[in-house]
Design a binder for this molecule. Structure first.
Ligand SMILES: NC(=O)c1ccc[n+]([C@@H]2O[C@H](COP(=O)([O-])OP(=O)(O)OC[C@H]3O[C@@H](n4cnc5c(N)ncnc54)[C@H](OP(=O)(O)O)[C@@H]3O)[C@@H](O)[C@H]2O)c1
Length: 331
C-alpha cells in the first residue's frame, strides 16, 4: 500500500544549542495518536509559535517538533461520532503546536475534544485570519461584557495594537460599538490601525506610568492588554470605576506590580484570558460571535498570506516585536 507523505515545518535542537528549522517530508504514522486526522488547508502564526520555533522550553519541552497552534482544514479520518470525513473544522491551542505536532504541516491528528466545527459565516481562511488571536480578543470582550462593560462607559484601550491579538481586539471592539484607543510602538502604522477600527492611536508610553502613584486620573473605561508588566499596572490604575482590564500577554514582562487601590476604591475588574483551555461550549459561543456579530468587515486589512517556504522572516519579525496583523499560511 502506498505510504502517504506530507510536508511539515520541523524544528530540531542541535548539540550546539541552536534550533534549526527545516521543511521535511513526514508520514501519517509519524503523527501522534488522535481521534481526528485533518488535512490542513490554512494555519496562522502566533507569538507562542515564534517562541516554539526559537526553542523556548516553556512552550515546547521536546524537539524535534512541528509548531503551529492554529490550523483549519477538512477531516480526512475520524474515530469520533462528532466528526465525519469531509467536515470543515478548526483547531486552536489546547496542546496543538506546543507538545503535540502542530499545524505548520499538511496534516494534524488531534483529540476530538479539541476540534471546533467551522462556524457558518466563515471560510477556512477567514477562520485562520481570526485564529487564536481573534479568539483571545473575543474571550476578552465576552468576559468584559459579562462584568457589565458597555460602549456607553467610554473608550477601551488595546495595547500591542498592531500585533495579532491587538489588531483583532481593535477590530472586534470597534465592530461591537466601542471607541478604541490603540496603543502602539509603531506610529507609522496609525493609518492601518484606523483602517481596522481605532478611534485614536497613542504611543505606548501613554500607558506606561512610572510615577509611584497608586491611582491615576481615570482615562479609559476598560482595556485588552497583550503587553503585561508596567503597561498592565498602568491600565489598572488609570481605569474608570467598574471598568474591566483583560490581561492576556507578556510581550514586555510577566511581572505585575500594583496595589489593591484600583480594585477596592474604583471597583476595577482584572480579568485573565486563557484561550488555550477555554471551555469548549463557551469557545463555540465566542466563535459564533466572531463569525457573525463581531465579524470584521475589513478582515482582509489584517492579513498577510504566505506559503510554508515564506514563513521564516515573519517568525523572526514577531520575535523582535515587529508583527503587523495576522500571517496566514496556505497549503
Ligand atoms: N492568554 C492567551 O490565551 C493568549 C493568546 C494569544 C496570545 N497571547 C499573548 O499575547 C501576546 C501577543 O501575542 P500576539 O500573537 O498578538 O503577538 P504579536 O503579533 O507578536 O504582537 C505583539 C505586539 O506587542 C507589541 N510589543 C512587542 N514588544 C513590545 C514591548 N517590549 N513592549 C510593549 N509592546 C510590545 C507590538 O505591537 P505595537 O508595536 O503595536 O505596540 C507587537 O506587534 C503574547 O504575549 C502572547 O503570548 C496570549
Amino acid at each position: 500500500m502506498e505510504v502517504k507523505r506530507f510536508r511539515a515545518y520541523r524544528v530540531t535542537e542541535h548539540a550546539s544549542g541552536k534550533y534549526v528549522r527545516n521543511i521535511i517530508e513526514r508520514k501519517i504514522e509519524d503523527l501522534p495518536d488522535g481521534d481526528v486526522l485533518i488535512k490542513v488547508h490554512y494555519a496562522a502564526l502566533n507569538y507562542k509559535d515564534a517562541l516554539s520555533f526559537s526553542g523556548n522550553k516553556g512552550v515546547t519541552r521536546k524537539y524535534p517538533h512541528t509548531p503551529g497552534i492554529d490550523g483549519a482544514g477538512i477531516v480526512e479520518e475520524s474515530k469520533s461520532p462528532d466528526f465525519k470525513v469531509g467536515d470543515k473544522v478548526l483547531v486552536t491551542s489546547y496542546d496543538l503546536g506546543m507538545n503535540t505536532d502542530g499545524a505548520f504541516s499538511e496534516y494534524i491528528r488531534v483529540p476530538a475534544g479539541w476540534v471546533v466545527p467551522l462556524p457558518s459565516g466563515l471560510s477556512l481562511r477567514e477562520s485562520m485570519i481570526i485564529g487564536t488571536a481573534g479568539l483571545t480578543a473575543g474571550i476578552g470582550l465576552y468576559k468584559m461584557e459579562m462584568m457589565g462593560q458597555s460602549p456607553e462607559m467610554g473608550n477601551v484601550v488595546v495595547t500591542g495594537a498592531t500585533g495579532g491579538v491587538g489588531s483583532m481586539a481593535v477590530g472586534i471592539l470597534a465592530k461591537a460599538g466601542y471607541e478604541v484607543t490603540a496603543s502602539t510602538g509603531k506610529s507609522e502604522n496609525t493609518a492601518y490601525l484606523k483602517s481596522i477600527g481605532a478611534t485614536e492611536v497613542v504611543d505606548r508610553e501613554f500607558v506606561n506610568d512610572n510615577s509611584s502613584r497608586p491611582l491615576m486620573r481615570p482615562q479609559w473605561a476598560g482595556a485588552i492588554d497583550t503587553v503585561g508588566g508596567n503597561t498592565l499596572a498602568t491600565l489598572v490604575k488609570g481605569c474608570k470605576s467598574e471598568g474591566s482590564v483583560a490581561a492576556c500577554g507578556l510581550v514586555s514582562s510577566p511581572i505585575l506590580s500594583t496595589t489593591v487601590f484600583p480594585f477596592i476604591l474604583n471597583g476595577v475588574h482584572l480579568l485573565g484570558l486563557d484561550s488555550a483551555n477555554f471551555p469548549m461550549e463557551k469557545r463555540k459561543a465566542v466563535w459564533n460571535k466572531l463569525a457573525n456579530d463581531w465579524k470584521l468587515p475589513n478582515l482582509e486589512n489584517l492579513v498577510t498570506d504566505c506559503s510554508l517556504e515564506e514563513l521564516d522572516p515573519y517568525i523572526d519579525a514577531m520575535l523582535k516585536g515587529g508583527s503587523k496583523g495576522r500571517v496566514v499560511v496556505g497549503f
